[in-house]
Ligand binder design. Structure first.
Ligand SMILES: NC(=O)c1ccc[n+]([C@@H]2O[C@H](COP(=O)([O-])OP(=O)(O)OC[C@H]3O[C@@H](n4cnc5c(N)ncnc54)[C@H](OP(=O)(O)O)[C@@H]3O)[C@@H](O)[C@H]2O)c1
Length: 338
């Protein structure tokens, strides 16, 4: 038995898509600007990437949040991006989207960047990047150890950030696992192939990790009304959408991301009282180790280069407002249904 293509999981079959068009269009009429152009929507810092994204596939279900309009950086985001004392924390910084987030943040912000990875000494890509930088740039990056499966490690990281900065402006929960289907039991294509240990690991990394790290970091993210807002951005996936699920399979990954989406929305309601916004983000199928085993069937124009993805996701973070807090958004700022 072969694994289905990642494209299948990130989009939909033709027949499902046809059925989906009606409800998706209705949703757009209610909540979205008509004729929104994805490929030519104005970008902020993302303009360095020459990649031309395709229009995202239609979805089934109705988004309950308005789109993030990617046209101007909000006042709060502009302030923190210029602030030398602002603190940006990124998990999964050893490779993939997390590593690219470090590069992008270095470019678009002036603040401190905390690069978290499971094993700093073997995070070659990150270490090579840092050693290639002039001291005034590399001094802004602090590499710290974090294993999201280990609560003590989460608490130690929060303590170390507290003693260094006692402040976090943006927490990017990027780290996540999908499985390659050969050296890991995930992602499963049927319930028969589910494995209890893998499901537990999947929930530990994709759901428990970001939630308990958010819990540990939230006290450092409080902002007074005149101080702008902070953001917790959780890297989710469109396959975590329950209403958009027309294909099945990948039960543990889908469920862990669905749980993450629910937690993102729930935290938003509570954390707005301390001016912390939360958002769940779908990066689109991106060329990283995570998607590698499934790339054979992905159309070339649908496989995003990692620099494009990281920049677009940060555009969404920079442009979001309170009205978007709690929502699930793709890389273009389009609200997706839960
Ligand atoms: N790439 C895509 O097409 C795609 C699509 C939809 C959603 N996403 C989501 O985007 C996020 C980033 O994905 P990616 O493509 O960049 O993946 P990736 O290249 O496979 O990188 C995964 C990162 O997660 C870290 N990680 C794994 N287990 C960890 C743990 N227990 N504690 C701390 N860190 C851990 C890895 O660290 P090590 O180096 O130590 O293993 C690595 O830095 C994930 O949440 C993923 O679900 C990706």
């Amino acid at each position: 038995m072969q694994f289905p293509s990642i494209q299948g999981f990130f989009s939909q079959t033709a027949s499902v898509r046809k059925l989906a068009l009606g409800s998706a269009r209705k949703a757009h009429e209610h909540l979205h600007h008509e004729n929104r152009s994805y490929s030519s929507s104005p970008t902020l810092y993302a303009s360095k990437s020459t990649f031309e994204p395709p229009e995202p596939p239609a979805f089934t279900g109705q988004p309950v949040f308005p789109d993030v309009e990617i046209n101007s950086v909000g006042e709060g985001a502009a302030g923190r991006n210029q602030d030398k004392d602002a603190v940006f924390v990124v998990t999964g910084a050893s490779r993939g989207i997390g590593l690219q987030m470090i590069k992008e943040l270095l470019d678009r912000t002036k603040g401190k960047i905390v690069a978290c990875c499971r094993s700093p000494s073997s995070a070659e890509g990150l270490q090579l990047f840092i050693t290639s930088l002039p001291p005034e740039m590399s001094d802004r990056i602090s590499v710290r150890q974090l294993d999201l499966e280990n609560q003590e490690s989460i608490e130690q990281l929060a303590e170390s950030i507290k003693s260094s900065y006692n402040r976090i402006d943006v927490l990017l929960n990027v780290a996540g696992i999908l499985g390659d289907g050969s050296t890991t039991p995930g992602p499963e294509r049927s319930i028969r192939m589910m494995d209890r240990e893998w499901t537990t690991k999947s929930f530990n990394v994709n759901y428990m990790g970001p939630i308990f790290l958010s819990q540990a970091c939230a006290p450092m993210m409080r902002k007074k009304r005149n101080e702008g807002h902070s953001v917790i951005a959780n890297l989710s996936a469109r396959v975590g959408s329950i209403s958009d699920n027309g294909l099945g399979g990948w039960i543990s990954y889908r469920s862990s991301k669905a749980a993450l989406n629910q937690a993102t929305r729930t935290m938003a309601l509570e954390l707005k009282r301390q001016n912390t916004f939360t958002v769940a983000l779908h990066p689109g199928t991106t060329d990283t180790d995570l998607s590698k085993p499934f790339q054979a069937n992905v159309r070339e124009d649908r496989l995003f280069p990692v620099d494009f993805t990281a920049a677009r996701l940060l555009d969404v973070v920079d442009c979001m407002g309170l009205e978007n807090s709690g929502g699930l958004y793709d890389w273009s700022g389009t609200a997706l249904p839960f």
